[in-house]
Structure formats: C-alpha cells, structure tokens
Design a protein around this ligand. Structure first.
Ligand code: PEP
Length: 260
C-alpha cells in the first residue's frame, strides 16, 4: 500500500458504492469494466450491488482488488423457511465481504427498527461479513437540535446488542437522511462533528477499537466535494449512492480518497 493511501490516522480510506435498485446486466457490466480499468489508487473500493447481480459482479472482479458487498442481509442465520430472505452465509458464498445494514431507506421505507438493524449487524458478522452500519438524522431531527441524540440512540442499540468488540470488525457510515439523494451535502464541519461523536462513543468503551474504526460519510458525495470531506480528521471515506452509478464520477471520488 502506498504511503499516500494512509491518512495520518493510520486508517485506510474506503469508498463504497451503493447501487440501490438500479442497473441491468448490461449496465453493470459496463460500469464494473470501467471501474476495474480505472482504479489506480491505494484506497479501498467496494461495490454494493443488487442481489441478482452479485455473482456476476464477483466474477467480473476476479483478479482485481475491488471488494464486493450487499445492500442488506437477513436477520436469520443458516437456512430455513424464510421466503424472500437472503442470509449472510449466501452473500459470503457468492463473494461478498461487506453488508450494508440500517440504511435510512431500509429504516424509513421498510420499517426497520434499531433492534432489527442490530440483529442484521450481528447476522452479518456471524457470516464473516463486515457490516457497514448506517446512522443519521432526518431534517426535522437536525432542525430540532436532536442530531446527537438520534445518532447516539442508533449506535447504542448496536453497541448494547453486539458489544464494543464487534466494532473491531465493522464500518460505520454517517448518512444524514436529508443529504441522501438530495444534492445537499453536509458541510465538512457538520459531518466531522458527528463522526467525532461516533468515534468518542466507541472510545468511551475501547480507545484502540475507536481509533481503528473506519467511519464513512454518505449523502450526495460527488467528485467536486469529496476532497474537502475526506480531508476531515474523522472522515475515512464515503458511502456513495447516485454518483457510484457513473464510473467517471465515482473514480473522481475514489481518487480524492486515495490522495489523502
Ligand atoms: C446512499 O445511498 O447511501 C447515498 C448516500 O446516496 P447519495 O450519494 O445518492 O446521496
């Protein structure tokens, strides 16, 4: 790994693309080819594809160091009569290394509570996947001055259920709901304040785990704003939705992370 890849924190930057429910076999083939050809830096790159395309993307990534992840995981372990569910073991079996849990779209559109998110976090780890735990406040919560309280509650639910040691093998993504897919990005200072809060929450229980914890920012990250966000002390990369569907734009974000 190049010296340029490691921030002064020692944490390797990570840029994750969340394709959500977008794409087709043809479009992901073109996207993955462009990313494999264009990835030159030393930061980590992760692609979170829709379930039906995971195996195809895994095959396309063979021989590259780009990582594969899922956008969700079942709370259920092993196998069984759980129609429609996809287990962590299945995801690992097709080549996933990471699983997003608690994305705000899962929480708000599909009713996932803090308790369910905590179950998913544990289920991912049990299958050997690294959970990317998403937390973040809505616009109303921010305007009511409740950002800190909301993020604390979301983090505490997982900390209480899984224990601090579980965070040695996890990633946290701070994603203010008002910034996701809206074109409104948190300022670097707004994001840094919440990232520092998350890190200090973990540090209260284990300083070593806290200093190694990768905390991503998500919410309208683009090529044009990535560098200033990634320059902040506690921002270790990005979870990128819309811009991850455009290879050139995603590579700009990735290059900004690799340059730190
Ligand atoms: C996301 O999907 O997690 C996200 C941050 O989306 P966008 O980058 O489009 O705001």
């Amino acid at each position: 790994m190049s010296a340029a890849t490691r921030a002064s924190s020692g944490r390797t930057k990570l840029v994750a693309g969340n394709w959500k429910m977008h794409g087709s076999l043809a479009s992901i083939d073109a996207l993955v080819s462009a990313l494999v050809a264009g990835k030159k830096g030393g930061a980590k790159m992760l692609l979170c594809a829709p379930y039906p395309y995971l195996k195809t993307v895994a095959d396309r990534l063979a021989g590259s160091d780009i990582l594969l992840g899922s956008q969700d995981v079942s709370t259920r372990i092993g196998s069984g009569a759980f129609t429609g569910e996809v287990s962590g073991a299945m995801l690992a079996d097709v080549g996933c290394r990471y699983a997003i849990v608690g994305h705000s779209e899962r929480r708000t559109l599909f009713g996932e509570s803090d308790a369910i998110v905590a179950e998913k976090f544990k289920a991912a780890q049990q299958a050997g996947l690294v959970p990317i735990l998403c937390v973040g406040e809505t616009l109303d919560e921010r305007e009511a001055g409740r950002t800190e309280e909301v993020v604390e509650r979301q983090m505490k639910a997982v900390l209480d259920a899984a224990g601090v040691a579980a965070f040695a093998n996890a990633v946290v993504a701070y994603e203010p709901v008002w910034a996701i897919g809206t074109g409104k990005t948190a300022t670097p200072e707004q994001a840094q304040a919440v990232h520092a809060q998350i890190r200090s929450m973990i540090a209260r229980q284990d300083a070593t785990i806290a200093s190694g914890l990768v905390i991503l920012y998500g919410g309208s990250v683009k090529g044009g704003n990535a560098a200033e966000l990634f320059a902040m002390e506690d921002i270790d990369g990005g979870l990128v939705g819309g811009a991850s569907l455009d290879a050139a734009e995603f590579l700009k974000i990735y290059d900004a992370a690799s340059a730190r």
